[in-house]
Ligand binder design. Structure first.
Ligand code: PGA
Length: 240
């Protein structure tokens, strides 16, 4: 079993003032478990400044597949390392669905991040239509194979996030989560952390983290509420 990891995905939320309060509360409250926050690009310097020397790591939510050049609006992996990022989310379903990122683009971003020394948190997951059609395993295998076909997974983190459970308040049942995590575990080394994400809250985190092939969580909405994120970290700690 891997040591648990809890990652907050702030998405496009925050302000300098709100982040100051949230980061301060997390520094005071998160203990005994590996954790990280993935913040919007403009707040990386603030996160680095506040979290340096603490047990909480930080990272970004996206990265360019290119090293540099005429890519207006993009941010390279090397730039993220200059701000002390350890992690970067790659292939989040919102990137795939809203911004049309394909499996190939997600894999290229994974390679760019890893090449710069970042640890990608590679997100995969099926839509409700795909689940209803019985295609969950096929979809997550295809998404994962795009990366495994071109890179070693190394110390990257895998995150299973069923699209229908993200931001909907509808969590996958423990049976559904374990079925997919068990499937993924067979394809990964025993040392790869496999996180679950999708409406993880203080009232359901313990049951999800107790599952044998779940090594922590990727937390969206609840990561913006200090007491909720701290409570969720505490539940992961009990597993570790
Ligand atoms: P949620 O988001 O916890 O708000 O469902 C999870 C995610 O998108 O990573």
């Amino acid at each position: 079993m891997c040591a648990p990891l809890v990652v907050g995905n702030w998405k496009m939320h925050g302000s300098l003032a709100a982040n100051r309060a949230l980061l301060g509360a997390l520094v005071a409250g998160v203990q005994g478990v590996e954790s990280a926050v993935c913040v919007p690009f403009p707040y990386l310097a603030q996160a680095a400044e506040r979290l340096k020397g603490t047990a909480i790591a930080w990272g970004a939510q996206n990265v360019s597949e290119h090293a540099q050049g005429a890519y207006t609006g993009e941010v390279s992996a090397a730039m993220l390392t200059e701000f002390g990022c350890r992690y970067v989310l790659v292939g989040h379903s919102e990137r795939r669905q809203i911004y049309g990122e394909t499996d190939a683009v997600a894999a290229a971003k994974f390679a760019a991040a890893q090449g710069a020394g970042l640890r990608p948190i590679f997100c995969i997951g099926e839509t409700l239509a795909e689940r209803d059609a019985g295609r969950t395993e096929e979809v997550v295998a295809r998404q994962l194979d795009a990366v495994l076909g071109r890179c070693k997974f190394g110390d990257a983190v895998l995150a299973y996030e069923p699209v229908w459970a993200i931001g909907t308040g509808r969590t996958a049942s423990p049976e559904q989560v374990q079925a997919v995590h068990g499937f993924l575990r067979k394809r990964m080394s025993a040392a790869t952390r496999i996180l679950y994400g999708g409406s993880v809250k203080p009232d359901n985190a313990a049951a999800i983290f107790a599952l044998p092939d779940v090594d922590g969580g990727l937390i969206g909405g609840a990561a913006l509420v200090a007491k909720d994120f701290i409570a969720i970290c505490g539940m992961a700690q009990r597993k570790g």
